[in-house]
Design a protein around this ligand. Sequence first.
Ligand code: ADP
Ligand code: MG
Length: 701
Amino acid sequence: MGELLNQEIKYLKGVGPKRAQLLGKELNIHTLEDLVYYFPYKYVDRTKFYRIKEVHGNLPYIQIRGQITGFRLSGGGRAKRLIASFADETGAIELIWFKGLSWIQKSLKTGQEYVVFGKPTLFSNKVNLIHPEIEDAGKLEEMHYSALQAFYNTTEKLKNNYITSRVIHKLQANLLQLIDGKIAETLPAYLIDELNLLPLEESLVNIHFPQNTKLLKRSQSRLKFEELFYIQLNLLKQKNFRKATFQGHHFTKVGDYFNNFYYKNLSFELTNAQKRVLKEIRSDVGSGKQMNRLLQGDVGSGKTLVALMTMLIANDNQYQSCLMAPTEILAQQHFQTIARFLKGIDIRIALLTGSTKQAERNIIHEDLQSGALQLLIGTHALIEETVIFNNLGLVIIDEQHRFGVAQRAKLWKKNPQPPHVLIMTATPIPRTLALTLYGDLEVSVIDEMPPGRKPIKTVHYYDSKRLRLFGFLKEQIREGRQVYIVYPLIKESEKMDYKDLEDGYESIIRDFPPPKYAVSIVHGRMKSGEKEIAMNYFISGQTHIMVATTVIEVGVDIPNATVMVIESAERFGLSQLHQLRGRVGRGAAQSYCILMSSTKLTSEARKRIETMVNTNDGFEIAEMDLKLRGPGDLEGTQQSGIPFDLKIANLGQDGQILQYARDVADRILDKDPLLAEAKNQLLVKQIHKLTKRKFDWSAIS
Ligand code: ADP
Ligand code: MG
C-alpha cells in the first residue's frame, strides 16, 4: 500500500502531465499521498437550498435550484462578460462569467434544471453570482455529494488553468476510489483502541467527504492528534536518546571567576527571575548530563547577563565557551558589553566575525586550540571548520530563530563530547509553539524586568498627525534623547518599500535639517561597512535620528534611544512590532513607541495595533499573534521557523490536543524508552518518515 500512495499524481484519473506539473509547482502536490493529505480549509452545507427572493448580497455561499432563461454578452475588452439570467419560481438572478465565455455558453442549456452554487455579490447594484459552480440537477444527485462540501485553497495560477477547489474535490474523489480499502493504518491498533480514535481511512474519507458534522469533527481530531503526536514522540525520543547516550561535561564547582564577578563587578542585584534561571542552569550543568536549555525572556530582561555568568561557571571548571549571535552588530555589542562587565577579571575573550582580519583570525585560531582563549563571541563565523576549540564546554546561541537547526548541530560537533547548549530567545513563544519547536529542550523563562524600568508608552497615530509627531520628536531630542524611525521591508514589494524609505528619509531631513539635527540611515542595501559606520554614529550619540528598515530589529541596546516610530505599522506582524518596540525602554527615562498608519486598516491590522497599544507583555502578544495568523499562513510559519509544515493542526487553536498528544507520547516512552517493543514498530517507522520529510523540507527552502 505504501507504494500505491507514493505513486506520482500524474497517473491519477483526471490529472495528466500538465496538471501534475501545476499541482506540483503551486501546491507541492507530487504524489497521491500529497493529494490525500491536502486538506480542505472549510466546509459548506449543501443540504440547504435558497429561494431567489431570499438571496441578498451579504450571504455566504448559497445554493439555488432553477433554470437559465437566457444569455447575453456585455462590456468589452477585459470587462467583457457573459451574463445568464437564472430563475426559479420566486424570481431571477444573474450569473456572471468573465472567463471561458464561449465554452460556458456552449455547455449550458436554457430550460434545463441546474443547481448553482456561489457567493452572492452586489455588482452594478444587482445581486448576482460571479463564476458560480453549476451542475446539472439530475447529475448532482448521482454524484453523492456529501452534505458538507469541502473547499480547498488554490492559487491564481491554478484557477487560471481551471484547477479550482471543485476540481481538486473531484480529484480527491477519484483518489479515494482508487485507494479504497487499501490505506494502511499509521497509528498502532492499541492506541486507536485505547484513545478511541477514528481509523485512518475513515478519517481521510470524512475529511474530504464528511458524512456529517460529528464524523468530520472526529476525523479532524484524529488527524490533528496524529500530526502533533508524531512530532512530540520524535522530540521526546530524541531527548531520551541524548540523555541515555551523552555524558555531560560535569561542571562541579562555582569558583573564583564567577564569585569575583558576582561580588566585585556586578553593580546591581540580580532579579529573582535571573536567580531562578541561574539555579536551573547550574543544576543542569552540574548533573553530569548534557544541558539543552531554552532561555526565554522579553527584550531587556537581562538574558545576556545570565549567559555571561553561565560562561564564567564553565571557565571555573576549565572549559571554554562561545556565544553566537545572528548579526555582526549584535556580536560586537555582546563583545563590548561582556568586556565591560569583565573589567579587572583575568579572562581572555575575543570577537570573531566575517570581517575579522586574517592575522587576527590566525591568532584566535591558535589560542582557541591551545586553550589560552577562554571565551569566544561571534557570528556564523564560529561554526566554520577552521575554528577548533581545545575543550569547548558551553555553547550559547542568541536569538535562535535566526539560526537553522543544522547550524545548531554543527556547533554541537565542535567537541567530541557535546557541549552544554543554552539557547536564548527574545521572541516570546506561546507554549504550544515552544513545545513544537523546542519540545526536546528544557525551558527557562525570565518573566521579570530589572527594577526601575518604566513601561513603554505606546500610541497609535494616523498619518495625518505627522506634524504633531515631529513636534514631539523635537521635544525628545531637545531633552537629549534619540529616536528610531522604522520602515517596513517586505520582499515582494521591496522596490516600493525602498522608495518609501528614501522619501521618508528626505522628508525627515527637511523637517530636521542639519546642522541642528543629525540623521543616520541604515538599510539592507548598504554594504556592511557603511551600515556599521551609520549604526555606530547612532550608538555613540552623534546622530539624533536613526531611519532604518527592520535590520535593526534584533538585540541592539542603546539606552539613550527613547522613541520608536514605526511607519506603516499596519504592515508589520505583531511579534515584529513587539521586537521593534523592545529597542527602546532600555534606560531609566520614559520611552515611547509610536505606531503610524493610514486610516485604511483591515480588522486584523487594527487588532494588532490595539494589542500593541494595550499591552507590553510579550507572551500575551505572542498568543494573540498566533491566534490572528490563521492556519497555513506560510509567511508566519516561516517567520517562527517551524521546521515542518503542519497540514491540519493549528498551534493557535489546538493547544489542548497538543498537550494530550505530548502526554500520550510521554507515557509510551516511559514504558518503552527506545521504542523497541514489537507493538511500537509502526511508531518507529512513522517517525522515520517524519524526519525524512523534515530533511527534505530544509533542503528546498
Ligand atoms: P536581553 O539580552 O534579555 O535583551 P540584556 O541582558 O541586554 O537583556 O539586559 C538589558 C539591560 O539591563 C542591560 O543594560 C543590562 O546590563 C541590564 N540588566 C540586566 N540585569 C539587570 C538587573 N538585574 N538589574 C538591573 N539592570 C540589569
Ligand atoms: Mg539581548
